[in-house]
Design a protein around this ligand. Sequence first.
Ligand code: ADP
Ligand code: MG
Length: 602
Amino acid sequence: MIVGIDLGTTNSLVGVVDSGFPILLADADGRRILPSVVHLPSPGQGDVLTGHPARRMLAVDPARTIASVKRFMGRRLAEVDAATRGDHPLAAGPDGFVRIGLGDEYLPPEAISAEILNQLKRTAEAALETTVDRAVITVPAYFNDAQRQATKRAGELAGFTVERILAEPTAAALAYGLDKLAESSKVAVYDLGGGTFDISILELNKGVFQVIATSGDTRLGGDDLDRAIVDWMEARLALPDPGSVRPRLLEAAREAKEALSGKEEVEILLPFLQAGTSHQLTLSRAEFETLASPLVRRTRAHCLRALADAGIADPTSELNAVVLVGGSTRIPMVRRFVAELFGKEPDISQHPDEAVALGATIQAGMLSGALRDLVLLDVTPLSLGIETFGGLMNVIIPRNTTIPAKAGELFTNAVANQPSMLIRVLQGERELAKDNWDLGQFTIDFEPGSKGSARVGVQFEIDANGILRILARDTQANTDRILEIASAAVNVDDEAVERMISESVDHAFADMNERIWTEAKLKSDELLPAIDAAFAILGHEVDPQEKAAILIAATEVRAALAAEPHDAFRLKRANQALDEATETLAAMLVERAYAQALAKSS
Ligand code: ADP
Ligand code: MG
């Protein structure tokens, strides 16, 4: 039996396929939603609390209670910005990754997430009356390798074998598409939760689900709306010490926001807030929408990018549905916004809180054999490759490739007697290696030989969880080196991805010029010494007129090499001219070598 888990920033759920049907499991109180909150009591003060009881502790014992721990998963301390920090002290572990100060301990985020997962495990075991130790866990599509690995570790700490890490929008599409398996359609999944936003375009085709484009923001969601309301409240209340009551204000803000999805106006009551005073505020939906609109509008660019990446010019006619999931899509303004942006009414057939968990459960059922006949495909957010001669990026797996994926290329040595080759693994969209992100590197040794004699196969493999493994093989000696990217993964958050893509567009012309230049220069560096060598061997045999033509062409190559700024096309043309001028010379060299070989053998 394998369970499906939505490990959400705000809420988590667990489900299982029972007699062919995916169902979500409820706790002893009949609740299927477990708030992703953990309370760590002082030593000797009882057990760790999770879920609703822990959420109540947010206001009572904030120093020992943590919500939205997911935003820290797989993050280095240096990557955590002010908006993400929250109120807990943070430190870097020996590996540079975040440790969260909770009471008197500094814990890795995965240890805290493991408490949530373990609670779900106990809920499932109680409901199913059996031990459960295999799980499918969902993550935002934009989670990078380190974040996925941390999620997997959290699952393992909770006592699960993690069978699959699944992208949340893919899971939502699975839930949406389960009863439409016979059809072919294109859908967008717009997921606005508590802490993250994801947009994905998927193709559903006779039971095959393929993500064709994805974009998002791992730091945008309902939590931001709560904070916007708290700021609005603080501006009106002029509290002497607002920091100390912030958890209470946040709780009140969330309640008000959720109520405003169903009515036009809410009363926010704050009894005995500070210094024995009570407060009352009225927030209208229109005022809330003014606060929320900049945040909601931030999803726009991501939607447009995903549509462009999917090659969709007219979403109104080309998309069959825009599926809404995530608790924040209950907000009427969000629905209006989506309707306007995509030119069609969004599909609200999915339960906003449950669709992702349901999809994870369906995937779990497919893996365990409880459900059949579905195949799932995901994509890479950025290109992956290695650095080659002249500092260029050599893409091995392009951006938006369906995973799992495997691709490779054969490389050779650029200089004679080179004893080894450095494999630098890069991620990004720029032409030059130095502008892309360094994921890690290693060297592979081989027998020193003449230039071009080594044969090193480099293979990239991304498994179904999005984890990258690089294999380099010296095909002559049959020696392998394997690199797993896990610990060396860099920050691939949504903003960085966005920056990378827009920079690659901005620099496309300069980058391309630089690539052509580098390739042309490598060629010149080969040609020029070869000509001198040929003249030395053939000497007077070369026709003087031809020799003069070659020297002129060579001079132009040298001039193009020395010219500033670099003119890649001039150098390329000069190389071509030199190539043509030396055609007879090259033929003579070959003939001579041939004659010599014959003479030797006779
Ligand atoms: P996550 O995927 O981040 O765990 P969810 O999809 O469970 O999040 O969504 C949680 C968010 O949805 C919270 O910010 C919550 O306040 C918000 N939310 C839930 N119900 C409503 C509602 N009725 N109106 C507006 N927001 C809501
Ligand atoms: Mg979610």
